[in-house]
Design a protein around this ligand. Structure first.
Ligand code: GLY
Ligand code: MN
Ligand code: MN
Length: 435
């Protein structure tokens, strides 16, 4: 659990960085799935990062300190409502939320239009999640225009709108100890889910039966949701990168690729393991698996402070291109395969992404046109793969093999640490747990 002081400290840091003006950050809306049934509610990551508040219909207003006044941390949220709470459960209401979440002031959301005029008056700039949602952008402009209407009374309206994600993305990129503890617990739960999948699978089952084991494990350990739709892909389905139908029969002799991770207290985990449905790798599967495993090891080796974001990808590509030539999948020299991009027939995605509150987390990959360097506290995935669709010039014993191996790596002062280390990964480890 993140301590309330951490959320306050983040607001203070943001207020200090913008120097002047007002921050307005809404949480995510509830969304209808069909008729009057909603999708399970998930707060906005930026809003939660700054507040720790999980209810829908809430807005953070943060005013930077001036020489005359200290900063103001304000929450707008739903009012207490005994009637609604009988149907939907507890809600804080402004008074209790103010205390529990460390705000200076809190008001009913119903008073937003009434109070925002005063809050915006004479502020130089509005900092918000600008460009994320056009309805929200319009509301921001509407509020500013209403302040502008008072110009003859001497009120000055904000003349600038800034996207505060510029600041927040950089803050979110470096995880603190509390965040890392949550991410480790999320990773531990996902590791257990993958272990259970390996133990439960047998030929003849449907992919969704294994998906059910994953969800069962996430849920029974307190994870609130999968961090993304689980990919449970047997045989050729593994070559469809975003396969989520998860309804095919699992056949002896095929591999099963599972890309699944839970979300715990707002933080994602993201693991892929690939293993044989019948518990034993065939010779061709072994060859490709060892190649992807070697590519992943080479990539992980590159995760250390000072190295560049692209270094793991380049290391993985080098190993994969050599392997593709050795296995007869690509022809010509390794350099030629890398230069022409011929490897993309079998490896068409990049080797990882930032991981945090969002599975593809906030944070730039380049700064001023150059790959950024790793710093302690960053968390990323390392996930090379190889996907071999049938083709005349591809040896037939490799057809429909799809393999990805994905771990979550924390950059440490001396190198890296894998949050997902405990998930069986070598052929020996996998064949043993599947016994
Ligand atoms: N599970 C999403 C990804 O690996 O990027
Ligand atoms: Mn990933
Ligand atoms: Mn993944």
């Amino acid at each position: 659990m993140t301590h309330i002081h951490s959320f306050i400290a983040r607001r203070q840091q943001l207020a200090a960085q913008i120097q002047s003006g007002i921050v307005i950050v809404p949480t995510a809306p509830e969304r209808l799935r069909n008729r009057d049934a909603h999708y399970p509610y998930r707060f906005d990551s930026y809003f939660y990062y700054l507040t720790g508040f999980r209810e829908p219909e809430a807005i953070l207003v943060l005013i930077a300190a001036t020489e005359q006044a200290p900063s103001r941390h304000i929450l707008f949220c739903r009012e207490k409502d005994k009637e609604r709470e009988i149907w939907d459960g507890f809600r804080y209401g402004p008074e209790a939320a103010k205390e529990a979440f460390g705000f200076d002031e809190a008001y009913s959301l119903a008073r937003l239009d009434e109070l925002l005029g005063n809050l915006l008056a004479n502020q130089s700039a509005v900092h918000t999640l600008f460009g994320q949602d056009s309805d929200w952008d319009r509301r921001i402009v509407g509020w500013i225009n209403r302040v502008r209407e008072q110009s003859r009374a001497g009120v000055v309206a904000p003349s600038e709108i800034h996207d505060c994600r510029v600041w927040l993305d950089e803050m979110r990129l470096i995880k603190n100890t509390e965040e890392l503890q949550i991410m480790q617990r999320a990773a531990d739960i996902s590791v257990q889910a993958h272990q259970r999948a390996m133990q439960m699978v047998s030929p003849g089952m449907r992919e969704y039966e294994i998906e059910a084991e994953l969800l069962y494990t996430f849920c029974r350990h307190g994870a609130q949701a999968p961090a993304y739709t689980s990919i449970v892909a047997g045989g050729a389905n593994a070559c469809v990168l975003h396969y989520v139908q998860n309804n095919a029969v699992l056949k002896s002799g095929d591999l099963l690729l599972i890309d699944a991770g839970c979300e715990l207290d707002g933080y994602a985990s993201d693991i892929t393991r690939t293993f044989p449905v019948n518990g034993t790798f065939s010779a061709a599967q072994r060859d490709v698996y060892q190649l992807v495993l070697a590519a992943q090891a080479a990539a992980i080796e590159q995760v250390k402070p000072g190295n560049l974001w692209n270094d793991p990808h380049q290391a993985a590509l080098q190993v994969l291109a050599q392997g593709f030539v050795d296995l007869g999948l690509c022809r010509g020299s390794v350099d030629g395969v890398l230069e022409s991009g011929d490897y993309k027939r079998f490896y068409m995605h990049r080797t990882g992404h930032w991981l945090g509150m969002d599975v593809h987390d906030a944070g730039e990959y380049k700064l001023k046109g150059e790959w950024r360097s790793f710093q302690p506290g960053m968390v990323l995935t390392v996930e090379p793969g190889c996907y071999i669709s049938p083709a005349e010039d591809v040896p037939q014993h490799f057809w429909n093999i799809g393999i990805r191996i994905e771990d979550d790596a924390l950059v440490t002062p001396t190198g890296h640490e894998l949050l997902t280390q405990a998930a069986p990964k070598t052929i020996a480890e996998i064949e043993e747990i599947m016994q």
